[in-house]
Design a binder for this molecule. Structure first.
Ligand SMILES: [Zn+2]
Length: 479
């Protein structure tokens, strides 16, 4: 009798085990892909099982799924996280998805109305999205002028009163209380913002553990008012207040001083400061010609002339006459202020994340919007061998996720391939991945990204964008 009971028990146990390993049917299974995960440093062929938008298993075993992707010969990476993407609409997100981006956040300029910003995108978004509370928007509002993308009125030109600074603090504080991911700054666009004003904004960010994403006060190497001095200002602000700091597009602000800025950031980190930085793989930046960046003396600051400016709407190079004409009307202009050597130095430095600074409007803009990630993986990893695949993916996935984790704990489930992580994945062909966007034709989708999965849902399938799917969710701090 005892033997019979034992045999029955044994049989039951075996049945249970086998049903949980071989009979489980996942929503989505990715077979035979080369899984590259910077957190675990995995670079090996594995199968993934995904259910309910989460990675459930990473296995050598054959897995069963309702949908099956054969990823033989392809790299399976965590979805790319872009911490600096201004364009936050359907047009932009399509190009981002085709470039492998599964989360795009507007953290430099940010917004003045966090609730409205998130409400606008809820349930309508191809990829995950997020925003900071913006100092620029707070400053425009405090000075009682319409809140535009970049200030061109009072907020671009004069110092704030103590009452206006108090008003700005309150606006940032409210944004953070509503779950803003970070605090954004464009100090070069508000050159008369005092050092004390900036420090006051950092104090607010520090109270919420929010990182400050800063476009620095000055560009270039020329003293006084160099980018070195500008970095000293915000490193001090971070040290004084305790706010984490992300220095945005270090190379386009730094120009020839970029190696010095990276050295300073490394030294500050070695002394315990929470400071990080980012760059994009292009020798030109882009901004509004009407902004304070083009105030008197810009040629000397950037070491360039009119011919180094390219009008985005037409692709024409500017002259003194056309510069003055467009400066009146406003509009986006590409600024060719960097060399390939500066870009390469920034990309290869282990401190930099990749972030695009992208925005497309009706197909016009900078090629970085559509091409940043594929350009790094195609040109700089495959062709030039300037950095390894693992190094490049680290800068696109784990590092940006970690930057936000303190304030947004859900980011611990992004930027990694492990059981329990969000099923945000980018599957690409390392032999063919390439950017196709150019300064002449910026709205050209990248090629070589074969599948993109956002919260378990395919948004790119066999290299084609899927329509009618909106799996993107808000990346927002708990509130
Ligand atoms: Zn910027």
């Amino acid at each position: 009798m005892l033997r019979i009971i034992l045999l029955v028990l044994l049989a039951t146990t075996i049945a249970t085990v086998s049903s949980s390993t071989t009979a489980e049917v996942y929503d989505l299974v990715i077979l035979n892909g080369r899984v590259v995960d910077p957190e675990s440093q995995t670079d090996a062929v594995r199968n993934l099982g995904i259910t309910n938008g989460k990675i459930k298993t990473i296995s050598h075993d054959q897995l069963n799924g309702r949908t099956i992707i054969d990823a033989r010969g392809l790299v399976v990476a965590p979805g790319f996280i872009d911490l600096h993407q201004h364009g936050q609409d359907e047009e932009n997100f399509r190009f981002k998805a085709m470039d492998g981006v599964t989360s795009a956040l507007e953290l430099e300029v940010g917004t003045g109305d966090v609730d409205a910003w998130y409400a606008q995108r809820e349930g309508k978004s191809l990829i995950n999205y997020g925003v900071s509370a913006g100092h620029l928007a707070a400053r425009m509002a405090a000075m009682k002028e319409p809140v535009t993308f970049l200030p061109t009125g009072e907020a671009a030109r004069r110092a704030a009163t103590d009452a206006e600074i108090a008003d700005m603090k309150q606006r940032l504080e409210h944004g953070l209380q509503r779950g803003a991911v970070a605090v954004g700054f464009g100090i070069q666009y508000t050159p008369n913002a005092s050092h004390w004003e900036i420090l006051e904004m950092f104090r607010v960010a520090a109270r919420y553990g929010a990182s400050c994403h800063v476009h620095m006060r000055n560009a270039g190497a020329k003293e006084p008012a160099s980018s070195v001095q500008a970095l000293e200002e915000i490193l001090s602000a971070a040290a004084i207040t305790g706010a984490p700091l992300q220095v945005v597009h270090v190379h386009s602000t730094g120009g020839t001083a970029t190696p010095k800025l990276l050295q300073m950031i490394g030294e500050a980190r070695a002394r315990g400061l929470d400071v990080t930085t980012e760059c994009y793989p292009y020798i030109a930046g882009m901004t509004d010609i009407k902004s304070a960046i083009f105030n008197e003396g810009w040629q000397e600051v950037f070491g360039i002339d009119y011919k180094d400016l390219q009008w985005a709407a037409t692709g024409e190079r500017l002259t003194k006459e056309t510069f003055e004409k467009y400066r009146q009307t406003g509009g986006m202009v590409a600024v060719f202020s960097m060399t390939e050597e500066i870009v390469l130095g920034a990309l290869r430095n282990p401190l930099t994340m990749i972030a695009s600074d992208g925005i497309l409007e009706k197909g016009k803009g900078h090629p970085r919007t559509a091409g940043t990630y594929s350009r790094v993986l195609g040109k700089y990893v495959r062709e030039d061998r300037a950095l390894t695949l693992m190094e490049a993916l680290m800068k696109m996935t784990l590092m940006p996720a970690q930057r936000l984790e303190r304030r947004v704990p859900s980011m611990k489930n992004k930027g990694r391939i492990r059981a329990g992580a969000d099923a945000d994945l980018t599957i690409f062909d390392p032999q063919t991945i390439s950017d196709r966007s150019t300064f002449q034709e910026p709205a050209q989708a990248s090629t070589g990204v074969r599948f993109v999965i956002v919260n378990g849902v395919l948004v790119v399938k066999d290299g084609a964008l899927q329509t009618g799917v909106h799996p993107g969710v808000a990346i927002r701090a708990p509130f």
